[in-house]
Design a protein around this ligand. Structure first.
Ligand SMILES: Cc1ncc(COP(=O)(O)O)c(C=O)c1O
Length: 463
C-alpha cells in the first residue's frame, strides 16, 4: 500500500518531537513534508516547488543533489565506513581535512578537533578554554562573554552562550555565572538618537570593558561572537565594532572565539567572516557549509599555545578525555574534503563576492517599502525587518505575527525563507545565479505586498 502524503503528515504528528517548533500549532496544522531537492530547488510531498532561500538552515551552500559529494560519501562508505580517532587512531581523510582547514583559516592554527554540530563545537570551545586555563595555572580565568541575541547552539554550554530568551526559558540555563552576555550590536534598534555607527560601537566596547572590570579581568577567559549574528536576526556589525571590541579583549588577555558556523566558507563575500570584519580570532568553530550539509560535521581550530598546554596536561591525566564516537567520522571527513575542493575549484567564494552587490541591491530595494524598518546584509546573507510603523520603528503586536504571515505568503509564492520574529532572513545556496537572486526577491516582493494588504486590512500599520 502506498503511503499518501496526508497519512505521512499525520504519522509525523504522532511520532516526531520536532526541534524549534510550536508543538501545539504543529498538532493543529501538521508538518510540511519535504520530498526531494535539486540545485537550489526543493519539492514538498504535494509536488509544490520552492526556491530554497535560506540554504536549509544557513548550510546547504553547494545546493542539493551534488553528484561529487554523494560519490565522495559512497566511496568512503565502501572503503572505510567508520573508524574512530580515540587512542591515537586516525585515517587519511580526517588527516587531509584537518590539514586543509589549517591552511585556509585566517588565524594561527595548530590543531583541528572534529565534532558533529555547531553546538558541540562550541561546547568544545568552552571546555578547552577551561582546560587550558587550568593547565597553565589560571584556574580563576573561566568566564565566557557572549552577546544578547547570540546563537551558538543548544547543547548545555552552547545554550548558555546563546543569548535568546526562548532558548533559556524553562531549560534552567545559563548553567552558571561563568556565562555572561554583553550588548547586541543592533544599531537599528539600540542606537541612541543621533548616534553614529562608530559612536555606537565605541559605546558597546566601553560597556564590554566595564563588564570585564566589574567581573575582574582575571576571571574572564574568552569572548565568543558570530561575525554576523544569524539566528538573532541577521545583525551585521556596525562600523568599527569588532576592532573596538578586540582592542578591549587584548587589553585584558581575553581570547576571541570566532563562531564561523554560518559565516565560514564564503557567506560574507570572503572565505571567512573574520576577514570581512577584521577579526583576529584565537580559536574558531566551523560546521554547516563545511560539508554543505551533506554530512554532520564540525571543526574547532586552536592555536599552538593552547595545544601545547593541553597536550602536556593530557600526559599528566593519562588522556585528553574529550571526544565523540563520531569525531572525525571518515564519511563526513571525505565529504568535507570534497566540499572544500569544490569551493576552491569552482571559485565559489570569488563568485559570491561578485554576486553580492546584486544580492544586496535587491535587498535594499525593499528599504522604502511601507512595512520595512530596515533591510540589512553583507555578502550573500541578509534580512528585512518588518515594522508596524516605519517612522517610530514600532514593532508588531504580538511580535512575530506579521513575520509568520509573510513567511506563509513566501511559501505560497514558492520561496522558502525564515521568519525570526518579524525579521525575514535570506541566505540562499552560494551556487545561486544572478537571475535566481532576482527571482528570490521578486517572489519576496510579491509576498511583502500581500503582507501589507493583510496588515492594512487588519489595521496593524500606523505609518
Ligand atoms: C553561529 C552558530 N553557531 C552554532 C550553531 C549551532 O549549530 P548546530 O545547530 O549544528 O548545533 C548555529 C546554528 O544555527 C549557528 O548559527
Amino acid at each position: 500500500m502506498s503511503v499518501t502524503s496526508r497519512s505521512i503528515a499525520a504519522r509525523d504528528v504522532d511520532s516526531v518531537l520536532h526541534p524549534y517548533t510550536n508543538l501545539a500549532a504543529l498538532q493543529e496544522h501538521g508538518p510540511m513534508v519535504m520530498d526531494r531537492a535539486e540545485g537550489i530547488h526543493m519539492w514538498d510531498s504535494q509536488g509544490n516547488k520552492f526556491i530554497e532561500g535560506l540554504a536549509g538552515l544557513w548550510c546547504t551552500s553547494l545546493g542539493y543533489g551534488n553528484e561529487e559529494l554523494a560519490t565522495a560519501a559512497y566511496d568512503q562508505m565502501k572503503k572505510l565506513s567508520y573508524s574512530h580517532m580515540f587512542i591515537g587512531k586516525s585515517h587519511e581523510v580526517g588527516i587531509l581535512l584537518a590539514e586543509k582547514i589549517k591552511q585556509i583559516v585566517p588565524m594561527e592554527a595548530s590543531k583541528v578537533f572534529f565534532g558533529c554540530s555547531g553546538s558541540d563545537a562550541n561546547d568544545t570551545q568552552v571546555k578547552l578554554m577551561w582546560y587550558y586555563n587550568n593547565a597553565i595555572g589560571r584556574p580563576k580565568k573561566k568566564k565566557i562573554i557572549s552577546r544578547i541575541k547570540a546563537y551558538h547552539g543548544i547543547s548545555l554550554a552552547a545554550t548558555s552562550l546563546t543569548g535568546l530568551p526562548a532558548v533559556h526559558a524553562y531549560f534552567d540555563v545559563p548553567l552558571s555565572d561563568r556565562f555572561l552576555h554583553t550588548d547586541v550590536p543592533y544599531y537599528y534598534r539600540y542606537a541612541e538618537p543621533g548616534e553614529t555607527e562608530e559612536e555606537f560601537s565605541t559605546r558597546l566596547a566601553n560597556n564590554l570593558e566595564k563588564m570585564i572590570l566589574d567581573q575582574d579581568p582575571d576571571t574572564v577567559a574568552a569572548f565568543i561572537a558570530e561575525p554576523v549574528m544569524g539566528a538573532g536576526g541577521v545583525l551585521v556589525p556596525p562600523i568599527g565594532y569588532f576592532e573596538k571590541i578586540q582592542a578591549v579583549l587584548n587589553k585584558y588577555d581575553i581570547m576571541f572565539i570566532a563562531d564561523e558556523v554560518i559565516t565560514g566558507l564564503g557567506r560574507t563575500g570572503n572565505p571567512f567572516g573574520s576577514q570581512t570584519f577584521n577579526i583576529k580570532p584565537d580559536t574558531m568553530s566551523l560546521a554547516k557549509a563545511l560539508t554543505s550539509a551533506y554530512q554532520p560535521l564540525s571543526a574547532v581550530v586552536i592555536p599552538e599555545k593552547m595545544y601545547a598546554a593541553i597536550a602536556e596536561t593530557s600526559a599528566e591525566v593519562g588522556t585528553f578525555a574529550h571526544g565523540y564516537t563520531f569525531s572525525g567520522h571518515p564519511v563526513a571527513a571525505a565529504v568535507g574534503l570534497k566540499a572544500l575542493e569544490i569551493y576552491e575549484r569552482e571559485k565559489i567564494f570569488e563568485k559570491v563576492a561578485a554576486l553580492s552587490p546584486h544580492f544586496q541591491r535587491c535587498l535594499q530595494s525593499f528599504a522604502d517599502h511601507p512595512l520595512v524598518g530596515e533591510a540589512r546584509g553583507v555578502g550573500m546573507i541578509g534580512a528585512v525587518e518588518l515594522v508596524a510603523s516605519k517612522s517610530t520603528k514600532k514593532e508588531f503586536e504580538p511580535l512575530g505575527r506579521a513575520g509568520q504571515y509573510c513567511l506563509a505568503r513566501c511559501q505560497a509564492n514558492g520561496l522558502l525563507v525564515r521568519a525570526i520574529g518579524d525579521v525575514l532572513a535570506f541566505c540562499p545556496p552560494l551556487i545561486v545565479s544572478d537571475d535566481e537572486v532576482g527571482e528570490i526577491f521578486d517572489r519576496f516582493g510579491r509576498s511583502l505586498d500581500e503582507t501589507l494588504d493583510w496588515a492594512t486590512r487588519e489595521g496593524l500599520v500606523s505609518n
